[in-house]
Ligand binder design. Structure first.
Ligand code: AMP
Ligand code: MG
Length: 409
């Protein structure tokens, strides 16, 4: 059996980078910049007021109250014509450029206005309520590094520096199929021996989270020609192919036979549970991930192999889910020959975390994944750990966990 880390390194090392292309900003969310974004000018681009108020010379308001003549009004988007000097002020709105001569802003709440003059009730230091040019980022600095998936805030940074078509790696197109004569579409009545397809819906969701485009190859029965055709369509239309089912050891299985005929697909025994049987290879240069059939195995094998590989294809540097340390609420059992992923739910406990199993641990028991948010990672060499032990937990979801009225500001 191949250790998980080794198997993952082999898979991630064998996938191609997707091509880079200039992409409109409103379609770049979740994609990865190829080059760092450099700031072409200071941000903010000019020194401006952080408050609605009056631009003054701090020295003029050292003693309060102070009566100043108001020279003009500057709304945001306008530039003052006058210059502030001894004994006068300019009314200014948040975001408007600081007038010449002024070195501070007094908040409107700390003033009383009357015709053409303002009474300053509270003094200010030099620089008070002023946002200097370049105070956020300076021209020439790296605004965003390459290699990270663009978040809404990162998209906002790109917009603020005038980047409308960032160069990112293309959104991956991923072809997905379920296999098996017993597998029915979810809208069909069950007949004896049949089950409904949960793997494609799971994979669709996991791929949507990655921003991938889906090429849906449907449910393919245990029929060699249909399988060959579906794989060929995936290779022609997609950047990666994901199959589920039919890769177990020992039994005669058509999927295994057909994938095996494709030449460069290998069948692996990975020292992990669930997800031990796994196929990986290339069809016409397109990576193919042959996931096991059971839905929990599909989820774990996708998480451990396909997800980091797809993120690597997208150009991301960090490709693994975040891990935390938590205290086990119950005794946990494992198989020391394998890395075992237990289906679990976390909860906060003061400054730390607790974790409990979220349901049955057989690889067909998808309800335990649905009820949880994490996998307890039981490393190789570890058999059982007693309740109260600290364990490593890999988060696959960071759910909202407070109602609006439970919020603590
Ligand atoms: P296999 O390796 O093809 O024998 O599949 C292993 C187990 O997973 C069997 O019990 C299958 O019925 C089940 N299975 C395979 N594909 C799916 C699917 N798309 N949805 C739910 N269960 C599946
Ligand atoms: Mg099958």
């Amino acid at each position: 059996m191949r250790p998980l880390e080794q198997a993952r390194a082999d898979v991630v090392g064998a996938v191609p980078l997707l091509p880079a292309e200039a992409t409109p900003l409103d379609r770049a969310l979740g994609l990865v910049l190829v080059e760092p974004a450099i700031v072409p000018h200071d941000l903010p681009p000019f020194t401006n007021s952080a408050m609605d108020g009056f631009a003054v010379r701090a020295a003029d308001v050292a003693a309060t109250p102070a009566e100043l003549e108001v020279l003009e009004d500057v709304p945001a988007g306008s530039v003052a014509q006058a210059v502030v000097d001894e004994g006068n002020a300019i009314k200014i709105m948040t975001g408007a450029p600081m007038p010449g001569g002024a070195d501070a802003v007094v908040r409107v709440e700390d003033t009383e206005s009357s015709d053409g003059t303002v009474r300053i009730l509270v003094g200010v230091e030099v620089g008070a309520n002023v946002r200097p040019a370049g105070g956020d980022v300076r021209a020439g600095e790296v605004a965003l590094p390459a290699g990270r998936r663009l978040t809404p805030a990162m998209i906002g940074v790109l917009a603020s520096i005038g980047v409308t078509e960032p160069v990112v790696r293309r959104r991956p197109r991923v072809a997905v199929m379920s296999t098996g004569d017993e597998v029915l579409p979810p809208d069909q009545e069950l007949r004896p021996g049949a089950i409904r397809d949960s793997n494609r819906p799971i994979l669709r969701g996991l791929l949507a989270e990655l921003g991938a485009e889906l090429v849906d190859l449907g449910i393919i029965g245990d029929d060699a020609d249909a399988l060959r055709n579906a794989v060929a369509r995936g290779a022609a239309e997609a950047d990666a192919i994901i199959t589920s089912g039919g890769v177990s050891m020992g039994e005669y299985d058509l999927v295994k036979q057909v994938l095996g005929e494709l030449g460069s697909v290998d069948f692996w025994q990975v020292a992990m549970q669930p997800g031990k049987p796994f196929a990986f290879g290339h069809v016409e240069g397109v990576p193919l991930f042959g996931l096991p059939g059971n839905p929990v195995s599909v989820t774990v094998a996708f998480e451990q192999f396909a997800r980091p590989a797809l993120l690597t294809m997208m150009g991301a540097e960090a490709v693994l889910r975040p891990r935390i340390t938590a205290v086990a609420d119950e005794d946990l059992n494992s198989d020391p020959a394998k890395t075992v992923f237990l289906r679990a739910a976390t909860s906060r406990d003061g400054d730390g975390w607790r974790v409990r199993l979220s349901g049955g641990q057989l690889s067909n028991m998808l309800s335990a994944v649905a009820a949880g948010d994490a996998f307890v990672v039981m490393p190789r060499g570890v058999a059982d750990v007693p309740a109260g032990s600290s364990v490593t937990v890999e988060m696959f979801r960071w759910p909202e966990d407070r109602r609006f009225d439970e919020g603590i500001a």
